[in-house]
Design a protein around this ligand. Sequence first.
Ligand code: OGA
Ligand code: MN
Length: 287
Amino acid sequence: MSTATAIEFKITPLNAPLGAVVTGLDGSQAVAPEKILQLKQALRDYHILIFKEQKLTDEQFLNFAFYFGSLFVPSDETPVLASQPGVTPVIIPVSNVDGGYTGTGELTFHSDHKWTPYPSSGSLLYALEIPSAGGNTYWLNTNLAYETLDETTKNQIANLQLITYNPFLHDRNEPRKPYRLDNTIPLISPVFPHPLVRTHPESGKKHLYLDAATEVEIVGLEPQEGAALIERLRKHLNQPQFYYQHNWSVGDIVYWDNQATLHYREAFDPSERRVLHRISLAGSRPF
Ligand code: OGA
Ligand code: MN
């Protein structure tokens, strides 16, 4: 006999350019094989999944995340958020208190670990404490951004390779630049060019693989030409018709595909607390 309060497992697409909400699933328990498969297919189709009303220990959160892949582990030469020499925490506190990371400011649209040789396939962010206002996170559908480019631009960028410079190796005293115009300055980081138009490894769809603000360079183009093209593509990317704005509730886990989306965070009041835990999953070589 089922009780009146039991919620059935449901995946409900959002009325938005991407995203689906998952209800009736308790991530602290073993999840049935057919549900895992449904979730993997839903992630491929909707790019982000929002799990509601979770109550997990760190260990349960890890067990849940690892249904979808193994841990992203950066090499020592490619530090990422929260990296200390030789170690990066398994669960990263994305928090403005208690020694957490990312502060209270705006985070421009990005995908996690894009400057590494094998960028993260996806990340899961679990909300523990949420401010009364601000701090919403937006996810942007990079397949839609690609598909809405004009044909001339699609042809122009079809075979280009993009270098994204590691922001965690950036000299803090240097101003942040959107493009590496002066290529006489020696590189301080190892660089890993990736296709500017990335093919998704499961869906085969094409995605504009570019973030909003990190310093980049197109391999083989004159700096002025490359910078102008990137500026134009970034203007195109940044349109509300491509994104969904998530207003967090405590207990939400958002699992997003870094291969298919960008994410952005609004600033929030530094006098409030915002605490989330993040796990990033390993990815493969972009093609
Ligand atoms: C991240 C991130 C956004 C947020 O954890 O990778 O970008 O909303 N966080 O805090
Ligand atoms: Mn991020």
